[in-house]
Design a binder for this molecule. Structure first.
Ligand SMILES: [Zn+2]
Length: 71
């Protein structure tokens, strides 16, 4: 029931939730806007980071990575 053209306004950047995920990615509502996490909806402690309207299909191809992973 996902809409590939939907724009995501928040992505989860939790170090525990980035990378390959643990199952079905989550598309949910955070503060009234669409939010994406590579982990399932029941994963704890999402860390939502505001993004500038990313297409859902791009997030599914290139999942967000934790900022601290770069250092
Ligand atoms: Zn998350």
């Amino acid at each position: 029931m996902t809409d590939a053209t939907r724009l995501i306004q928040y992505v989860c950047v939790s170090a525990d939730h980035t990378g390959s995920g643990n199952g079905e990615p989550t598309i949910t509502i955070h503060e009234g806007l669409w939010a994406f996490c590579t982990h399932t909806a029941d994963a704890a402690d999402h860390e939502w980071s505001r993004v500038d309207g990313l297409p859902l299909h791009e997030l599914l191809r290139f999942p967000p990575r934790a900022p601290q992973a770069a250092s």
